[in-house]
Write a protein that binds this ligand. Structure first.
Ligand code: AHG
Ligand code: MN
Ligand code: MN
Length: 331
């Protein structure tokens, strides 16, 4: 059921009002969302003090993707895992930073939800104080509650995402939540320590005139994509480019102002760079709830079934007509 919330509504009240109408509500989903709010506030506080709190820079380790791990990656990963494993709401937590899923220790209840996250997206922007974020998707487990999670709980297709969202740690901290077919954005008041509804019922226009892509790799794209982007530029329609290099920040700008984000396949990376479970699925779920679209070039992202925890996918996401035009160009 969709309902309108007024600007200024606290995240806490939004969660209460939203989850009480769920017929099978046990309180676990509300607790899960509240804990996401808590972990976001912890990470936000740390991000704001990054230069002072010894949080800049790399740890010297590489993660499962072979990428250099930043201190904030670890802090964010731990903050979300700690917030989510003890209240008995998660059966498993999947993270970009961990090779396998994290199951709650036996002393805690194994709850109803599987939480998939990129705890810190845009790591390369940490040291330059550019916007970074957290991205997450929530699935309902398939096996009975109270038992250890199974592979079928963890590797579900995108059609099974039940809620998703992200947090941007930028000039302000904003939590965007897609649940019950509606997208709402909440801005953190850092003094009060609470998120307030600032972007109610976000909707995307059918088309926009902004594209976001790393054009440094265009030599290596499918030539049809290169021709398509070239066509936009020459169209005289006023297309412009915006690219921060943090998916979550590029996506957020496009969600608010309109725009299409592309991370295509390249000859070097035929699967693209971005990860299906905790980057593409959550943002695809958000964009569709806002009236937009997400594709891998030939298929709707949410129709894809992940082959592994850290599977990658090309991603074209944003205003529906602009995504459809890219699909048509690649056909
Ligand atoms: P992460 O920091 O979680 O590893 O993700 C980085 C991703 C994504 O945020 C961004 O869109 C992309 O890397 C940028 O990649 P390029 O530098 O290849 O453009
Ligand atoms: Mn990422
Ligand atoms: Mn990351």
């Amino acid at each position: 059921m969709q309902r309108q919330f007024e600007e200024g509504t606290t995240l806490d009240r939004f969660i209460f009002e939203t989850t009480k109408t769920h017929a099978d509500a046990t309180g676990q989903f509300a607790t899960l969302l509240r804990q996401v709010g808590l972990a976001s506030r912890l990470v936000s506080a740390r991000v704001n003090r990054a230069g002072l709190a010894g949080m800049l820079g790399a740890t010297g380790e590489k993660n499962v993707q072979g990428e250099l791990v930043q201190k904030l990656d670890i802090y964010a990963n731990d903050a979300f895992k700690h917030a989510l494993e003890h209240p008995g709401v998660c059966a498993a937590i999947v993270s970009e930073e961990d090779e396998g899923p994290t199951l709650p220790p036996e002393r805690f209840h194994s709850g109803r939800y599987v939480f998939c996250m990129d705890p810190l997206d845009g790591s390369s922007n940490i040291d330059v104080n550019a916007t970074i974020g957290t991205i997450f998707a929530i699935f309902r487990r398939r096996s009975p509650e109270g038992t250890p999670a199974t592979p079928e709980d963890i590797l579900q297709p995108g059609t099974e995402v039940m809620a998703a969202g992200y947090v941007v740690y930028g000039s302000g901290t904003v939590l965007v939540l897609a649940v019950d077919g509606q997208v709402n954005g909440f801005t953190l008041d850092p003094v009060v320590g609470e998120f307030f509804l600032s972007h109610p019922d976000i909707r995307l226009a059918p088309s926009a005139k902004t594209y976001s892509v790393n054009e440094g790799y265009s030599y290596s794209w499918d030539p049809r994509l290169r021709a398509h982007i070239d066509g936009l530029k020459r169209s005289g329609d006023g297309w412009r480019a915006r690219y921060i290099g943090s998916l979550v920040a590029d996506f957020h700008r496009n969600l608010i102002k309109g725009g299409v984000f592309l991370y295509p396949a390249t000859q070097e990376n035929p699967e693209g760079k971005l990860r299906l479970l905790y980057e593409a699925f959550p943002l695809a779920f958000v964009v569709e709830a806002a009236g937009g679209a997400a594709s891998n070039g030939s298929q709707r992202i949410l129709d894809v079934a992940p082959s592994s925890l850290h599977a990658r996918t090309p991603l074209f996401i944003g205003n529906a007509e602009d995504v459809a035009d890219i699909e048509a160009a690649l056909r």
